[in-house]
Write a protein that binds this ligand. Structure first.
Ligand SMILES: [Zn+2]
Length: 444
């Protein structure tokens, strides 16, 4: 029977723990005779959810197994008993596990999943769906994880998607420095430039494949095909024991969350077109703000200081420019209106900007000044007068052109589509499993 198992642990800082638990469940299901029908799906949800962990990731495993009940019980056992590093600053984990059995994903699940990408959903809506569709579920500590678990099942990644190969650390190394040869990452990045993305941040020379902090993930390489990821990881110098790896299929790097906004609601994600209403200005902390007139109303937009190069581009906008912006909506505060936090800027049209000035004096070449309305001009130097003549107008060069602008890789969301992925979008799901799509490192 075709099973879809959704997993969300809602605890991890960047999705690392959720995928780690998934990797343990995958191994167990393999031992129970499960035939996987797809790569595990790593589904990123709305990154602007207030209670969320930063990555807001959930997993769906899709497989056929003779005894789904047994598979569910095994997954539940793992979710309950996994030893995970805990971060005292984090709220308690609220894991959720949901099982749907069937060949076709019901439209109710798909709609729920689409909403979970852009809006804020309640636990009770997830519970209602579970009840209506008679799904098996398990949760603890309030069950917030049910939202992600249901949403993951509902996104079969039928359109654009990417892959990520994630390597897990041996538990004895958790919390210790990751031993990854930096030079080998840059070398891999240059060899696999066209088939991987966001391995490093060019300007800061930071490596982006490895998380920081105590989570069980050693590293993750994101890219276009499973085989390019397998080849890429073989180039890395890893000086620590690796417990295992899994290749995931994902909506990372697709900007799936930035569909056209239907309204301006706090914590939602999306995009909207509009006209720039004022010259962008730098405010406290180096953040840049401007007002956009949209069909949803006037919207304040922000490019925060870490968005670096994007912030520089925003400063070049002029009143009247036509743009499209995408990002998350920060709720209004006591002093401030709603703000859209820019994840991308698409400049559609740059209006011409003119500078006007009076002609120079014909007698001495000095500058001329107006004597008043319809009074003509007088030379500042030789006092020569001329009758009223129109001002001269020259077009000012614009230092920004129509195009797509993103923050540097280090400040991009997991979901943000990198510029180098434009034109590489997949139209159909790629589910053909590599022979060794998961395993221990000896099979790499
Ligand atoms: Zn003069």
């Amino acid at each position: 029977m075709q099973c879809h198992l959704g997993i969300d642990d809602t605890d991890s800082q960047a999705g690392g723990c959720t995928t780690y638990i998934a990797s343990l469940i995958i191994e167990k299901l393999g031992k129970l005779g499960a035939q996987f029908t797809d790569y595990p799906n790593l589904i990123r949800l709305n990154p602007n959810i207030p209670y969320k962990t930063r990555g807001n990731a959930a997993i769906a495993l899709r497989f056929k197994v003779p005894a789904p009940e047994k598979a569910f019980a095994a997954a539940k056992w793992i979710l309950r008993n996994s030893l995970l590093p805990t971060d005292p600053l984090n709220q308690k984990p609220e894991p959720g596990l949901v099982l749907f059995i069937g060949d076709r994903i019901p439209s109710m699940l798909r709609i729920f999943s689409q909403e979970a990408l852009q809006t804020v959903l309640s636990i009770s809506r997830a519970r209602d769906l579970i009840k209506q569709l008679h799904l098996r579920s398990f949760s603890t500590n309030g069950g917030r994880g049910l939202i992600g678990a249901v949403a993951a099942i509902g996104n079969p990644l039928n359109e654009d998607h990417t892959f990520e190969l994630i390597c897990y650390r041996h538990p004895k190394n958790w919390g210790f420095l990751r031993k990854i040869g930096k030079a080998s990452v840059f070398e891999m990045d240059s060899v696999f430039r066209s088939s991987t993305f966001n391995n490093s941040d060019p300007k800061s020379s930071r490596i982006l494949i490895a998380p920081r902090g105590p989570d069980p993930v050693l590293l993750g390489i994101r890219g276009e095909t499973p085989s390019s990821l397998m080849n890429a990881i073989r180039m890395l110098d890893l000086d620590e024991q690796v417990q295992g790896y899994v290749i995931y299929r994902s909506n990372q790097g697709t900007s799936e969350h930035l569909q056209t906004l239907k309204g301006l609601q706090p914590h939602e994600a999306g995009s909207v077109r509009g006209t720039v209403m004022d010259h962008p200005r730098i405010e406290r902390g180096g953040h840049v703000f401007f007002e956009l007139s949209t069909k949803l109303g006037s919207l304040k937009c922000a490019a925060y200081e870490p968005s670096d190069s994007l912030r520089q581009k925003v400063l070049l906008l002029e009143k009247g420019d036509r743009v499209q912006v995408g990002g998350g909506i920060r709720p209004a505060s006591s002093t401030d209106a709603l703000v859209l936090n820019l994840e991308f800027l698409l400049v559609e049209e740059c209006i011409p900007v003119y500078r006007t000035f009076n002609p120079l004096c014909l007698v001495c070449g000095g500058s001329m000044t107006s004597m008043g309305y319809r009074q003509g001009l007088r030379c500042r130097k030789c006092r020569a007068r001329v009758p009223p003549i129109p001002k001269l107008r020259v077009t000012q060069p614009r230092n920004i052109a129509p195009g797509f602008y993103l923050p540097p890789p280090r400040s991009q969301r997991h979901l943000t589509k990198p510029i180098k992925r434009f034109g590489k979008e997949r139209r159909r799901p790629y589910r053909r499993l590599l022979e060794a799509w998961y395993g221990n490192v000896s099979s790499l």
